[in-house]
Design a protein around this ligand. Structure first.
Ligand SMILES: Cc1cc2nc3c(=O)[nH]c(=O)nc-3n(C[C@H](O)[C@H](O)[C@H](O)COP(=O)(O)OP(=O)(O)OC[C@H]3O[C@@H](n4cnc5c(N)ncnc54)[C@H](O)[C@@H]3O)c2cc1C
Length: 427
């Protein structure tokens, strides 16, 4: 047997990078194993159209403690907002409206009115018994308000940039997110989708990795992890084996289910992995001709291919528009006519010049987008998996306690897993 590491970390997304950095700078020997040929995971700053585009997670906020601490630590806290929108277009009941913003927030306020009662202490999801809504879907919660189709669509549009299918997501994760933002969905949206760092997220992942003393192996996909009782054995797709005293597994739940873990995971975790993260969304950047007037637009998921649209910045003589696509299968980014048709629902004379995106669904190392839990799992499987499994700890935004689905949550869970593993190593 060759080297036995103190810890092997699987996955070099923000969670794995932080876990590997924290453990290795505390003097532990760490191997960081990554399936792709790059670090960063679902944050991915790609060079395109003569610039840099964040094709995955890109928005951060100073109210997110982990990400802000990392940005300051690496001198990257220069964050930029998008251009200020002059008009909000909202698709509701088959028509586009421009005067419904305040009504929408009134309705969304009703939808999440109980958020802070449900999660009074966001750092402890179990502080209150929420078993009565554990199975509730977002669709059921919206339906319970007994709204007209018009009003129900206003709410669905407001959530459109975060969800994939209202009937597939539980209500608890979004209630939790709103509770963590002082009960305000507007605040939740600002933290999740407004401020980006100069130069893109790659600057941050590279900075964390530079600080790390972990040995990094790229293009190394893990297929099997065995806890032998005294250590862990890791098997990769090319048949290699690595040995360590402990492991941190920091991969998306949609790829975790393809890793054979022995002994088997507890039933609530296996169920969460089998059902998976339903989000099939992507982020589509569109360059349109000229300096158009900044606008935003929303559309309910399932009713239009582009669900949250916003003029982001100027691009030379042209303009860049960000589009959140709830279902990547509903539009092809390279079909510029289709993208132009979809945008023209809101602003009729837009002319698409180019587009950029990454398909997170067909990417074998994500197999889906950001995390929005199905019913049940946010309060069950996710809680259970955070407790660890023998000598294996788990991390990642998909299972994060604080900031689930976000870069901040990934970092939080990576740091927490490092502490958990440190405890095992000190025994
Ligand atoms: C389009 C999009 C937009 C988003 N926008 C935002 C945003 O603006 N703000 C925000 O906070 N969040 C956003 N998110 C969410 C955020 O990017 C993710 O939640 C976060 O980056 C996940 O980090 P992670 O480390 O938990 O997982 P990942 O980043 O997915 O990292 C997991 C790593 O594990 C690797 N891996 C997977 N399987 C294996 C295997 N078998 N063997 C070895 N390696 C493996 C992967 O290649 C990957 O590098 C967005 C996500 C997407 C997809």
């Amino acid at each position: 047997m060759s080297q036995v590491y103190d810890t092997v970390v699987v996955g070099a997304g923000m969670a794995g990078l932080v876990a590997a950095r924290d453990l290795s700078t505390r003097g532990r020997s760490v191997l960081l194993v990554e399936g792709r040929d790059r670090i960063g995971g679902r944050t991915f700053t790609d060079a395109a159209l003569g610039g840099q585009f964040d094709l995955g997670g890109g928005y951060v906020h100073w109210t997110q403690p982990n990400v802000w601490m990392e940005l300051e630590r690496h001198g990257l806290e220069q964050v930029n907002p998008p251009l200020e929108s002059k008009t909000l277009y909202q698709l509701a009941d088959g028509k586009v409206h421009t005067t419904e913003e305040s009504r929408t927030y009134e309705l969304v306020g009703k939808l999440f009115a109980d958020a802070r009662k449900r999660f009074p202490l966001p750092f402890n999801v179990s502080a209150v018994d929420n078993s009565d809504i554990n199975e509730e879907t977002l669709e059921e919660r919206i339906d319970s308000l007994q709204l007209s189709k018009h009003d129900s669509d206003l709410i669905k549009g407001a959530l459109g940039g975060l969800v994939h299918d209202y009937a597939k997501h539980g209500s608890t994760q979004l209630l939790f997110a709103v509770a963590s933002n002082f009960g305000s969905y507007a605040a939740e949206l600002e933290t999740a989708s407004t401020w980006c760092i100069t130069g893109g997220m790659k600057k941050l992942s590279d900075a964390i990795q530079r600080e790390s003393k972990a040995e990094l192996r790229l293009s190394t996909a893990v297929t099997k992890i065995t806890d032998t009782g005294s250590g862990v054995t890791l098997t990769t797709s090319d048949g290699n084996e690595f040995w360590a005293k402990t492991a941190v597994v920091a991969v998306p739940i949609n790829t975790l289910r393809n890793i054979h873990i022995n002994p088997p995971l507890p039933p609530s975790v296996s169920k969460m992995l089998a059902e998976g993260n339903p989000v099939r969304g992507s982020k589509l950047w569109v360059v349109v001709r000229g300096h158009i007037e900044p606008f935003s637009a929303t559309a309910p998921a399932g009713q239009h291919p582009l669900n949250a649209v916003r003029v982001e910045k100027r691009w030379g003589d042209n303009t860049v528009i960000l589009c959140m696509v709830s279902d990547s299968d509903s539009i092809r980014h390279d079909d510029h006519d289709a993208v132009q048709r979809a945008l023209r629902l809101f602003v009729p004379d837009l002319e698409v010049v180019d587009t950029v995106w990454h398909d997170w669904n067909s990417d074998e190392f994500s197999q889906g987008g950001w995390m929005m839990h199905r019913p049940h799992h946010f309060l069950d499987g996710a809680v259970r998996i955070r407790q660890g499994h023998g000598r294996i700890s788990f991390a990642g935004a998909d299972i994060a306690a604080m900031g689930p689905c976000t870069i901040d949550g990934a970092m939080n869970s990576g740091a927490a897993a490092a502490v958990q593993v440190e405890g095992m190593l000190n025994k």
